[in-house]
Design a protein around this ligand. Structure first.
Ligand code: ROI
Length: 173
């Protein structure tokens, strides 16, 4: 059994709803357990600026799936939600990144864990720190100093955290 953290991001086709339905899809997967998720945050694009702002969040899951099987499962969810990706570093309907798998370090053709850019991205570190403030990366680094070192990215805009009963149906309250 592994505890994994997933980075969720979207900036097309109602990004908040994309993330909400992504969490609903994770919750309905037989091979993994959705344990918790962060608030959703609005964020300015890292990369080309001529694209819409993003909505980002981090989810914590538990799974027995091997890393590549987990990747297959997450890519199937991206595709089920009609994933569109227009260009590298560009806009996309839904991106699910494997950030961490326990304290595993993995470098294969398909997958690098921890996620190669996570330590440099406020839109990953801040929601991750909300979920797991004391978390250490496999190399021993803590989140708070990594966050403090980021000076080139504007603050995130907190957008609230949907409750579990709000994941399936956006109209429910
Ligand atoms: N920028 C933000 N703010 N959020 C993302 O999820 C995101 N994803 C990406 C790139 C294009 C690097 N920029 C991003 O893949």
């Amino acid at each position: 059994m592994a505890i994994c953290y997933l980075g969720l991001g979207a900036n097309l086709q109602q990004p908040y709803e994309q993330l909400r339905s992504c969490l609903a899809a994770l919750e309905s997967q037989p091979d993994l357990e959705l344990l918790d998720w962060s608030s959703f945050y609005g964020s300015k694009p890292v990369g080309p600026q001529d694209q819409p702002d993003y909505v980002n969040a981090v989810a914590r899951i538990r799974t027995e799936l091997a890393p590549t099987a987990l990747l297959d499962c997450l890519q199937a969810i991206e595709n089920q939600q009609g994933r569109v990706r227009l260009r590298r570093w560009g806009e996309r309907t839904l991106d699910i990144d494997i950030l961490l798998i326990d304290q595993l370090q993995l470098n294969s053709e398909r997958l690098t864990v921890p996620h190669i850019e996570m330590a440099n991205r406020l839109f990953v570190l801040q929601p991750l720190a909300e979920l797991a403030p004391e978390l250490q990366l496999p190399d021993g680094r803590l989140l708070a100093p990594l966050i403090a070192a980021i000076t080139d990215q504007p603050p995130l805009l907190p957008l609230g955290k949907p409750a579990r009963h709000q994941l399936e149906n956006p109209a429910a309250s």
